[in-house]
Design a protein. Structure first.
Length: 249
């Protein structure tokens, strides 16, 4: 079976070998996708809630690390909008996309017999597939993970000058690279999304990226801890559930 990254006009060349969903599975997947909507909503509400705390905003805006991160974000957005070497960026994105598929295939105990990537799209041939393997490239920022790994390994043997500031700047650049090209790729008729239903796949991708962003917020703030975020999330979820129950006759 294959895992693909299709570019506009090339999806037929990378058509997967999965069977179309039956109507019963379509209904089930739509139901699961609708059930995920409250989870996404509560996560967004909690993120806005903790970000709106005055102490956190004050810390973030006076944090050199945050400024470096924003500089990286702005650099990537400017680069993309300017269209400078975007074909090279697309190549790197497809490479990272397929390498993420491959990493999760191995993590799930599968094997890979072939891999291909170019600006026209990409695929891997594997003996194993599941929803995690199919959707992982859409919420795992591959080049950010590579950057963190390299920074950690180099830091073990060499004291990097201004290493943390450099890391935050490059993380802003690579994470924004992931988000921009993921958003650009999703409407290009991706076979990965069709395998488990496009609506359910998109809801999983959105929720996973929101969770990743929440973890990043907690990691970059001295005021908000992950345990506190989870506590606030659970309280917001209970409030939403209570409000929905009141609407029932």
């Amino acid at each position: 079976m294959t895992r693909q990254a299709a570019i506009a006009g090339t999806s037929e060349d990378f058509e997967g070998d999965f069977l179309p969903l039956t109507w019963m599975r379509r209904v089930l997947h739509w139901g699961l996708a609708l059930l995920m909507l409250p989870f996404c909503f509560v996560t967004i509400i909690t993120m806005v809630q903790v970000s709106g705390e005055g102490s956190m905003l004050k810390y973030m805006w006076y944090s050199t690390e945050f400024i470096c991160f924003i500089a990286g974000v702005g650099s990537m957005i400017s680069w993309f909008l300017a269209g400078i070497l975007n074909d090279r960026l697309l190549y790197l994105y497809v490479l990272g996309h397929e390498m993420t598929h491959a990493a999760f295939v191995y993590a799930c105990g599968g094997r890979i017999s072939d891999i291909h990537f170019s600006t026209e799209g990409g695929y891997i041939m594997t003996n194993k597939s599941n929803i995690l393997i199919a959707l992982s490239p859409y919420f795992i920022p591959f080049w950010s993970a590579v950057l963190i790994s390299l920074h950690t390994l180099v830091g073990l043997v060499w004291d990097i000058p201004a290493g943390d500031l450099l890391l935050f700047g490059l993380l802003g650049f690579t994470w924004t690279f992931h988000i921009i090209w993921t958003v650009w790729m999703i409407p290009k008729d991706q076979p990965d999304l069709k395998e488990h239903g496009t609506f359910l796949s998109l809801m999983i991708i959105i929720f996973a990226n929101l969770v990743l962003l929440s973890v990043m917020i907690c990691a970059s703030s001295k005021e908000v801890k992950l345990s506190g975020f989870v506590f606030d999330w659970w309280n917001n979820f209970l409030d939403l559930a209570e409000g929905l129950l009141r609407l029932l006759p």
